[in-house]
Design a protein around this ligand. Structure first.
Ligand code: ADP
Length: 411
């Protein structure tokens, strides 16, 4: 009897131990995923430690996946272009900050909404619907007025699409400038060619009917027009070599007095005695830079002064050093320029008075050449002008390009 009681109580204790281990196991199974596996004893110890190992591996996998997701989301946010992930009926699933700005979408508020409800441009809706050719579109940026976006829609995975958008405003502007430039050059070439063509036709149609005086007049006119084309080509080549040349100019030591006297001589030839042309150099000095480019810049300014100053006018070419900077002034008392034109004068083919520019042999490229040549020397062009009174064009060279032995008067 005593033995039976002992066996029964032993079995009950064992049963109680098993039940309490099972209870712990249930308790753990119901607890949150990352809670610790409880300690076990006896055979349960093996079960719990196997569960503990498995649990730890699962937790590590979860952590790894979480990191991966985080890295992908960070990579998407770091993209310089816009990225939007769409699902189903073009519903926004996620987007990066750049796309938010470009499309004017609030990333927190608008996730889960159809993108076509927020961006209502018909061409863009056609792109989302898959009816745009090539799956791409150039469009005004809804969130950035004045900007142009190049967008691309790419299908992937299960009913998902990737919308990529790049801000191509700068490329578009360059492309428009290129188109305008080609149109301008063609126009500038066509006019003289038409004139030459007309004279040649007249001579070819009736060679005997043209008197020798008339023939002389035709030839002189045709020669003038070929001169015009030649000047245009020379200026175009100068501009192109400034733009496509090495980023830094040559580092000659250009003597300022020689430079100013050379352009004075050229100006006197162009003026043919119609103007008073003076040079003032405040002491000997040199400029570090390309002799050819600096000459081209100053001679364009001086030639303009001659061409836009009526006979009897005065032109002054001066050098001064102010706070270490080298200043070349080209001043005239000619026709002057109205204030609204001044900011645009260095644009290619910009002219205040087209007729006067042509009459005096202008190509409309002189100040564009000046600007480019000066930029390459980290120098600036400053323009002060009063209509009817005259203009002053000042080249301001940085101190590191100036080797002056005499520091002269202040500005
Ligand atoms: P252009 O070959 O027509 O002279 P530029 O680029 O040299 O071309 O100059 C652009 C325009 O700036 C000229 O057409 C002219 O209207 C104006 N301009 C330049 N220099 C002067 C000046 N010294 N006085 C008055 N107008 C000037």
């Amino acid at each position: 009897m005593w033995a039976f009681v002992c066996m029964l109580s032993g079995t009950l204790v064992l049963l109680w131990q098993h039940l309490s281990q099972i209870d712990r196991l249930f308790g753990w199974a119901r607890a949150p995923e990352d809670s610790q596996v409880p300690p076990g004893s006896g055979a349960w110890g093996h079960v719990f430690s196997a569960l503990y190992r498995r649990n730890r591996i699962a937790a590590q996998d979860r952590q790894h996946l979480l990191h991966q997701l985080q890295r992908q989301s960070e990579a998407m946010q770091a993209m310089p272009d816009g990225v939007v992930i769409l699902h189903g009926a073009n519903i926004i699933e996620s987007a990066n900050g750049v796309a938010g700005q470009q499309f004017g979408v609030d990333l927190k508020r608008d996730v889960g909404l159809p993108l076509a409800n927020l961006v209502r441009q018909p061409e863009f809706i056609a792109l989302l619907d898959g009816s745009a050719p090539d799956g791409g579109l150039l469009m005004p940026a809804p969130g950035l007025p004045g900007h142009v976006l190049s967008t691309q829609l790419i299908a992937f995975g299960d009913e998902r699409k990737l919308l990529l958008s790049a801000d191509v405003t700068h490329v578009e502007r360059l492309e428009r400038m290129r188109r305008d430039f080609v149109a301008n050059v063609s126009h500038e070439m066509r006019t003289p060619l038409t004139v030459i063509h007309g004279y040649l036709e007249m001579l070819a149609d009736d060679p005997r009917g043209v008197s020798s005086e008339e023939a002389q007049r035709f030839i002189a006119a045709a020669r003038e027009q070929t001169g015009r084309i030649e000047r245009l080509v020379v200026d175009l080549l100068a501009l192109s070599s400034l733009e496509t040349g090495p980023p830094s100019p040559k580092e000659d030591l250009v003597d300022v007095t020689t430079l100013l006297e050379t352009v004075q001589r050229e100006a006197k030839t162009l003026s043919a005695g119609r103007h008073q042309i003076d040079v003032e150099a405040a002491g000997p000095a040199s400029i570090r830079g390309s002799a050819q480019e600096l000459h081209s810049a100053v001679s364009n300014l001086v030639s303009n002064a001659v061409r836009y100053t009526p006979p009897g006018g005065e032109i002054r070419i001066a050098w001064r050093v102010v706070d270490g900077q080298g200043l070349i002034d080209v001043e005239d008392n000619g026709i002057g320029i109205e204030a609204q034109h001044i900011p645009r004068l260095t644009e290619r083919f910009y002219r205040v008075d087209r007729g006067r520019s042509r009459e005096t042999g202008g190509t409309g490229l002189g100040l564009a050449i000046v600007k480019h040549a000066l930029e390459r020397h980290q120098a600036r062009l400053e323009i002060v002008s009063t209509p009817g009174r005259g203009s002053r064009f000042t080249v301001r060279l940085p101190a590191q390009r100036v080797l002056a032995r005499v520091v002269a008067n202040a500005a």
